[in-house]
Design a protein around this ligand. Sequence first.
Ligand code: FUL
Length: 578
Amino acid sequence: MKKILVSIFTVMLMIHAYGQEIKLTPCGPVPTENQLRWQDMEMYAFIHYSMNTYTDQEWGFGNEALELFNPSDLDCRQWARVCKLAGMKGIIFTAKHHCGFCMWPSKYTEYSVKNVPWKQGRGDVVRELADACREEGMKFAVYLSPWDRNHKDYGKPEYVTYFRNQLRELLTQYGDIFEVWFDGANGGDGWYGGANETRRIDGKTYYGWAETFKMIRELQPNAVIWNDGGDRGDLRWVGTEAGNVGETNWSLMPSKGDTPYHMLHFGVENGDVWCPGETNTSIRPGWFYHEAENEHVKSLSKLMDTYYKSVGRNSTLLLNFPIAPNGRIHPNDSLRGIAFKKMIDEVFKTDLAQKAEIQTQANVTTIRFKQPIAFNRFVVEEDIRYGQRVNKFALEAEVDGKWVALKDELVEKGDGLTTIGHRRIICFPTVKATSLRFTILDAKCKPIIKRTSVYLAPKLTADIPDSGEKRSSNLHYFFSSSKQMLIDWDTEQTISSFRYLPPQNTKEGMITHYTLWVSTDWTNWTKLATGEFSNIVNNPIWQTINFTPTKAKMLRLDADRLADGDRMAFGDFEVVTK
Ligand code: FUL
């Protein structure tokens, strides 16, 4: 009986891939359930917020005055909503950064929110954020810095007990934690309870990671561990904070030994453990908020480049949003994050392969379109449950009866068509072709491909006007799509009219019909006005929409109809605030 069951099971595990029946046995190391669940999250946010926010630093020394922590308008719901609208599936929060200041009232230290002016010491940022994430349907996770420049025992065995006690608080008091993040920056000078000295530790041995990992597995069995120190965690750093992983990216690593940059960045083809890369980067130059960086929030094209070089290269994207001193995500970051998600949706809206004829023979898949069509993105995925298999592939398009090779335009050397994994996105200049051919040239075992898709991404910088700031009215705006503009004031305003100056020398992009919406929380939108700009084409003068004075933090203008073209345009605009 047992034998029969086993063979039925084996038959069920056969699938038809590339025209051949193949048995689904693992090919080398495979991901755990936790790693699979994590990889499917694709994008999640980092939030950096600590004493540094009030001292304009990236790393605190450990003696920053507790009085500094007194945000006027701390709103974790705003963080969660903005991150969700930016396409993030969860948030990893700096519960403790290197300065040692705890964003929750830990019972093991006085250096925490329990001794600050904010909420008279009765606040708990970790709790507020964990709750906000849950309410928004997002996952929550913690960053706990092993290096602690405040603690007097840092460097001694006592500190490791302190560190584990803190971790236990975080893992037991705040519900499910999807990831535990241990930064690798370690040892050096610090305040250390007043000693003001330099302390060096051996990151591989000092923390006793094996025991800490055991505790995490017990307390949060579904969490993945990111560890840049000694023992291998479930995930790896990709060797840079610039926002890219190698175009060749194996989710494998050697279980032991050092991991130099090239291993972190490209993975190791014959590694003996599954250890996928997580690409971490900030939406601004720094991890913490600095007013001087307000105009240096990454552009939409930079963020898309980051997306292609992370999610599009078999990695996840951990994108950081810093919190401003008032306790909120700055409008420049929120609007850019939201525009980023809208752009991803726009690029991947229509899979052109859906209406094509797809044929697979041996290791060659041909996608034939009904007529020549334009495209510039190819998406391919392996079923990584059975391991990462494909080493090298080719892409060709049939243009005017001739096959031309396509190369990944985001790599400098070669054609860049190496490794697939969870998802690989290849970007190339737009071609107009009748067919696309995808050929697997080299694989460790029989390839198991679960998706091949084709897209036409709209042109970016030329078509989408940039964001900006109207200093006089403290207004930040962003064109979040071709027919929508978002305005964020961050603080509540009473607004009474919107004024629009159409483009002066062309009908293209001129708005003839509009709807205006207001919100105070990014989630609930109230319609303010809808209508027509009469005679705007013949007489393109300022148009004014008056309405009953209304409270708003955000305003959205939908261009319902344009006189010509398919992207809205402005000569200028204004919002009259009371
Ligand atoms: C680094 C830290 O030193 C930075 O401050 C930041 O937290 C970043 C995510 O990791 O190594």
